[in-house]
Design a protein around this ligand. Structure first.
Ligand code: MSP
Length: 467
């Protein structure tokens, strides 16, 4: 069985922040879960490198756009490496493989008569890379970027969206394109209800992009260019066995593009729509979305520097349920690291291994798991990553309590046999929990498994030193 999971490809106008890391880490955890279930999982991520926004950032940095994007794309790769993310492929939209397949895709649509030439006259927000309408503005400003959009008049090639809206509505209503959580499905259906205009697939006034094969004065609209990454990375048009995606993770800001434009483009090309879109919420700071344009970002590399790879993974994934928004403050991280990891898992492991080493010659008898039912797999199948992670953490803290309640350090003196039995149960359970923890904190889980399966268990250096 195969499983294909994608993240959005990130704009390289600036280096990654923990919002980007959040989606990529979630995909990493789901991909590890799918693999643990015996599926052949392909996990795609990458960078969105064309368009007005990236060109402007390159200009501001005084760099040639290709050189600029090479550097920032590398920053994304480095951050993902630091976070222990194991993707199958990383696609950059400036790569030849991508550009050629984009051209092929659009040529095909043109031949089919789905594209037509027209004039766009209206507003454009470069921050969103989106054509927007008056009614979307608040105080004349785009709500996402708090900036006034520009007035644009230019020749564009358009896509006949109206041909597909009815079919897309049916696909979403029937869950053939499953959109979760429910609020996002409702929002997508609401957008279709309001009615949507045909959209531009090219821009005349933006030169940093893939050129339209039949009109060199136009470059492919960056959103069309970007969405196609999900199939260009799978060698479009040779997609047999590689498409549709089983799960596309996105932030809620880009729902319209993924729930409507993307399926429409696929239907036009006679390809299947994705099976599922899972839409998650934002990291906010004082209620504002964390973003480069608002200048309130936290760098994931700083978290790795302060708390290690697994510490950072934990802190990013444990803030709020996947699908909702959550406000974070950088100074909360230390407290949470100390309570959940240093004093939590770390302390339990030290205590348990110490008791085994000192009183039982470093050995315990493996017991069948008496595990409290935590239905970990059910949570994972529903992408309840936060709840699944919390259940593992609370599993560890229950074991810590068990050491306290049974006063094991006294019991080993008064009733060694009983103490040995309890300790064996605890150590066996630690191994079960480590198997689940592996999806989230792979390095830690590997160390735990190594420590508790070796012949001579010994207390080791603290896994999570206190900060
Ligand atoms: N390049 C487009 C996506 C093209 S996909 C074909 C884009 N890039 S982005 O870099 O602005 O954001 C991409 C994704 O990063 C969001 O959809 C979301 O998954 C994640 N996040 C960016 N900021 C975020 C937060 N503050 N919080 C959580 N996730 C955030 O849009």
């Amino acid at each position: 069985m195969k499983f294909y999971i994608t993240t959005p490809i990130y704009y390289v106008n600036a280096k990654p922040h923990i919002g980007h890391a959040y989606t990529t880490l979630a995909a990493d955890v789901i991909s590890r879960f799918q693999k643990s279930q015996g599926r052949d999982c392909f996990f795609l991520t990458g960078t969105d490198e064309h368009g007005a926004k990236v060109a402007l950032s390159a200009k501001e940095a005084g760099k040639d756009p290709q050189k600029f994007t090479d550097e920032v794309a590398q920053e994304f790769k480095t951050a993902w490496k630091n976070l222990g993310i194991e993707y199958s492929d990383f696609i950059r939209t400036t790569e030849t493989r991508h550009k050629e397949r984009v051209k092929k895709f659009l040529e095909n649509l043109k031949e089919k008569g789905i594209l037509y030439e027209g004039e766009y006259k209206g507003l454009y927000c470069t921050g969103c890379e989106n054509f927007i309408t008056e009614k979307e503005l608040v105080d004349n400003k785009c709500q996402n970027h708090k900036k006034e959009p520009e007035q644009v008049i230019e020749k564009n090639w358009f896509f006949k969206l109206s041909n597909y809206t009815k079919q897309i509505k049916e696909l979403i209503e029937s869950d053939k394109i499953l959109i979760r959580p429910e609020f996002a499905k409702k929002e997508a259906l609401g957008l279709l209800e309001q009615g949507l205009d045909d959209f531009s697939i090219s821009r005349e006034k933006v030169s940093w992009g893939v050129k339209l094969p039949w009109d060199e004065n136009q470059s492919v609209y960056v959103w069309v260019d970007a969405l196609l990454n999900y199939i260009t990375a799978r060698e479009y048009p040779n997609l047999k066995g590689k498409w549709p995606a089983d799960l596309q993770l996105i932030g809620k800001d880009i729902l319209k593009f993924h729930a409507i434009y993307w399926p429409a483009m696929l239907l036009a090309a006679e390809l299947d729509p994705p099976k599922e879109l899972f839409v998650h919420g934002y990291f906010t700071i004082d209620g504002q979305k964390m973003s480069k344009s608002l200048g309130n970002v936290i760098d994931p590399n700083d978290l790795v520097k302060d708390y290690g790879t697994d510490g950072a993974r934990y802190l990013i994934l444990s803030q709020f349920p996947f699908g909702q928004d959550g406000d974070v403050k950088a100074d909360m991280f230390k407290e949470q690291y100390n309570s959940d990891l240093a004093n939590g898992i770390g302390n339990l492991l030290s205590r348990a291994s110490n008791l085994i080493e000192k009183n039982f010659d470093g050995e315990f008898e493996k017991k069948e798991s008496s595990s409290v039912k935590r239905d970990f797999n059910v949570l994972m199948l529903e992408y309840k990553l936060y709840e699944a992670l919390k259940s593992v953490i609370s599993g560890f803290s229950e074991l810590d309590k068990k050491i306290d309640q049974s006063k094991l350090w006294n019991l080993v003196k008064t009733d060694k046999e009983k103490a040995g039995k309890i300790l064996s149960e605890i150590a066996s359970e630690i191994l079960v929990l480590a198997g689940e923890l592996e999806l989230f904190l792979p390095e830690t889980a590997e160390k735990i498994i190594k420590q508790f399966t070796q012949k001579n268990i010994k207390k080791q250096e603290p896994m999570f030193p206190r900060k």
